[in-house]
Write a protein that binds this ligand. Sequence first.
Ligand code: JHZ
Ligand code: SAH
Ligand code: ZN
Length: 405
Amino acid sequence: MKKCQVCSTPLNCFMSFGQMPLANGFLTPDQFADEYFFELSVGSCLHCGMFQLMEQPNREMMFNERYPFYSGSSRGMAVHFKKFAEHVKKDYLFSKDPFVVEIGSNDGIMLRHFADADIRHLGIEPSLNVAQVAIDRGINTISTFFDEDCASEIVKKYGQADAFFAANVMCHIPYLHSIVKGMGILLKPKGVVIFEDPYLGNVIENTSYDQIYDEHVFLFSLSSIRYLFGQHDMELIDIEPQKTHGGSMRYIIARKGMYPVSDRVHLQLKKEKNMALDKPETYESFRKCCEHSRDSLTALLRDLSRQGKRIVGYAATSKSTTIINYCGIGTDLIEFISDTTPIKQGKFSPGAHIPVRPYEEFSKNYPDYALLFAYNHAKEIMAKEQKFVETGGKWIVYVPQIKVL
Ligand code: JHZ
Ligand code: SAH
Ligand code: ZN
């Protein structure tokens, strides 16, 4: 039986999504025969509350010099990180010559706002191709995986940090104790850790099971985060719920006793109790909701396909890999997936091998239906796709419910 990565208690494995490829493993036909698969199954720890994958591929298989997710691929996220950076500068940087560190800094979407303001900063980003975009833009970045040894090296070279950021990366790292120890080494006594990730409460509430894929080894809740940091003499002092990525939570952490704990933390912990995030029944019913969502989506797509309708996928997101493969969606149902990322275009989707085509192919010859794999960017996308709708095109969304818009 697999054990919890955080507290070593045997896990309550409640669901398998079957054999899955790498969510960002876009490939060429000569690679089809050797494609890597693993069993995507999930469990929740009834002791510390951590929701996690039972098995995760090696980090180098996922994060390398060919990583195809560029944070700058959404305008909305660029705005989000601009506001995030302004908030940090205003509310968390008090020393004379502050120093900030970000892990998973990707193409520099967040740190550019510190670089542009001449604030000392360092990005840690193992995926070299995306790190290079930041480096080329003058953002101080090293391409490596963060852990406690890396933290010691940083302190030697730059001194301790005032703030440590991590957006959509903490939930990707199985060795969290080493990361949190690294934060302890790196932070000044009054320094803060600010990180955000998709929130377990939103995933359960919206049946957004597509947040479950190889990279997301955890889905956090306040209770699991409090447990983790509590083991390292640190504490959760505040939270700020976010709308990004279909519902995320921003956590603010400091050394124990340094700052008061906000009421928001206690209120949200109560909400988690009410949602029964600590009860196995919750996960049993989540499993049923996932199966129901899968069956309704495939029934809808098959029905439209029988009527001879053209259906195209919109945005080759990481999340879509779980949807496509768990629902058994193939080229019989979807003609291609339109995506704006150059290195995904011309390749095929992981597992189901649906062609990924440049956005121009979507806008030149609108399909009858577009299956929106990036519902988290719905506002941004629907605003720019008014013509698609005006000419009779319809959107299919599946979070929180299957709907044709
Ligand atoms: P988007 C990635 O998830 C992976 P993904 C990762 N594991 C994670 O946690 C989050 O990011 C942070 C395309 N697109 O942002 C571009 C369009 O084609 O939902 C990208 O290929 N047209 C680190 O992959 C993809 O969507 C558009 O108009 O699920 C990005 O999808 C827009 C806005 C996007 O992240
Ligand atoms: N923060 C950005 C990027 C998220 S993508 C955003 O929110 O859009 C997650 C990134 O974390 C990837 O670029 C990946 O290469 C990086 N990453 C994965 N493991 C890491 C680790 N141990 N240390 C630092 N970065 C890591
Ligand atoms: Zn545990």
